[in-house]
Design a protein around this ligand. Structure first.
Ligand SMILES: [Zn+2]
Length: 423
């Protein structure tokens, strides 16, 4: 064996009970069982700490990440001003600038246990430098993170000059996933037409789909139903993802329940983005003020696969954030009122194995035969790591250590009550 992680508490879809050892040989996990006696080049005693497969950020915009200081400040903090700032800022961007910021954001995420990232890249750009930059970055960071690139038509497909051709060009260049933004198209008909086009391209090219869907408080925005219909008609199932779906928080219950049934039957995935959804939605409300995040709890209860994304990291839409998926899941937990014991655990699942299903990852998990993409937390359970956001002490990518963090230690002077946090 090359590495053995001893005495680990495993977080996974089908995690073993009790403490186990995880043996790694080369790029793969070869055994997950108690008391592995074999010799190993390196032995790390986890002393009961939580170990999971890599965390996943299934929805982020790396071409815009960390641009908040360079772009015009967003005075209102709204989604629409964010889009306007981005449109003004984009022509000034250089490929090197995008690459530098994206690599910084990726390294922040890697240091915090992320091994897989799906990034949307604005494809409404004749220069296509965002996509060029991200394709290069994807290759440059492949030793520590796997990147999926979504061709994201920020300014629409049907309602933007040359929008269809730009999307096809981005797909020709090598994007992995077809994106869309139907609620921003001029009319309902244009939105529906854009979805037909997205699904046809994905189906023909064998690509995945991830659409910014109904990211609006407008309860008349109903494109998730179009995605469900296309998914069923074409039999694409889990290859399809509807991101945001925030209008669902404003649908009347009768329609929302019918829709959730169709999303479940379609087998598509939903991604909620707590930072951006909470900060950007319901801006026109006075009080009572809507939460602006989709019905995560109800979707999960109905059997729909849901995951959480970071979405923005210090960009014109959200000036804060540090690329920590535990913080993302904790915010989602609070916003969706998922404080039941099993619900807390499921919030961790939404940044790990549930997000792996969304990204159609193979060889993911803590089991023999899976890639050794692992993270060791300085905490002892899913609930504890969500509560504390502790150091990710060891981060492995295909059997190689790619990041490590020393836990911070505090000392209280005087006569403190010494305690170890309850697990
Ligand atoms: Zn987004």
């Amino acid at each position: 064996m090359d590495i053995i992680l001893k005495n680990a508490t495993v977080a996974d879809e089908d995690a073993p009970e009790g403490l186990v050892d995880i043996a790694i040989e080369g790029e793969r996990i070869v055994a997950v069982e108690a008391n592995i006696g074999a010799e190993a080049g390196e032995v790390i005693d986890c002393e009961g700490r939580l170990v999971s497969a890599s965390l996943i950020d299934p929805h982020v915009h790396l071409d815009a990440a960390l641009s908040v200081a360079a772009a015009r400040p967003n005075q209102t903090g709204t989604l629409l001003e964010g889009i306007a700032i981005w449109s003004e800022f984009m022509p000034k961007l250089t490929k090197e600038d995008i690459k530098h910021r994206a690599r910084q954001a990726i390294d922040w995420e890697v240091a915090q246990g992320v091994g897989f990232i799906r990034t949307h890249v604005d494809s409404c750009d004749e220069r296509m430098i965002g996509l060029e930059a991200m394709l290069e970055v994807k290759d440059e960071v492949k030793d520590r993170a796997d990147i999926q690139i979504v061709a994201f038509p920020q300014n629409c497909i049907c309602s933007f000059p040359n929008g269809e051709a730009l999307l096809r060009r981005a797909l020709d260049m090598g994007a992995d996933v077809v994106g869309g933004i139907p609620h921003n198209e001029t009319t309902r008909d244009a939105g529906v037409a854009s979805m037909r086009l997205v699904f046809a391209e994905a189906d023909e090219r064998g690509l995945l789909v991830d659409v910014h869907c109904d990211e609006t408080d407008d309860s008349a925005s109903r494109f998730a139903e179009v995605m469900a219909e296309e998914t069923i008609k074409r039999g694409l199932g889990s290859r399809i993802t509807a991101s945001h779906c925030v209008a669902m928080h404003s649908y009347e219950n009768a329609y929302a329940l019918k829709l959730i049934g169709w999303l479940q039957r379609a087998g598509l995935n939903v991604i909620a983005n707590p930072f951006d959804n909470l900060i950007l939605q319901a801006r026109e409300d006075t009080y009572p003020k809507r939460r602006g995040i989709t019905r995560v709890k109800e979707l999960l209860q109905a059997g729909v696969n849901v995951s959480f994304g970071h979405d923005s990291i210090m960009d014109p839409w959200y000036p804060l954030g540090r690329g920590d998926m535990l913080e993302t899941a904790s915010l989602g937990l609070h916003a969706c009122q998922m404080s039941g014991v099993a619900e807390i655990d499921s919030c961790f699942d939404m940044i790990s194995w549930r997000a792996a299903k969304t990204l159609s990852l193979e060889d993911y998990g803590v089991r023999p035969g899976a890639n050794a993409d692992l993270v060791v937390f300085d905490g002892y359970s899913k609930a504890e790591v969500l509560r504390l956001g502790p150091a990710r002490t060891h981060v492995f990518k295909r059997g190689k250590l790619v990041a490590q963090t020393e836990p911070a230690r505090s000392e209280v002077m005087g006569d403190p009550v010494s305690f170890r946090p309850a697990t």
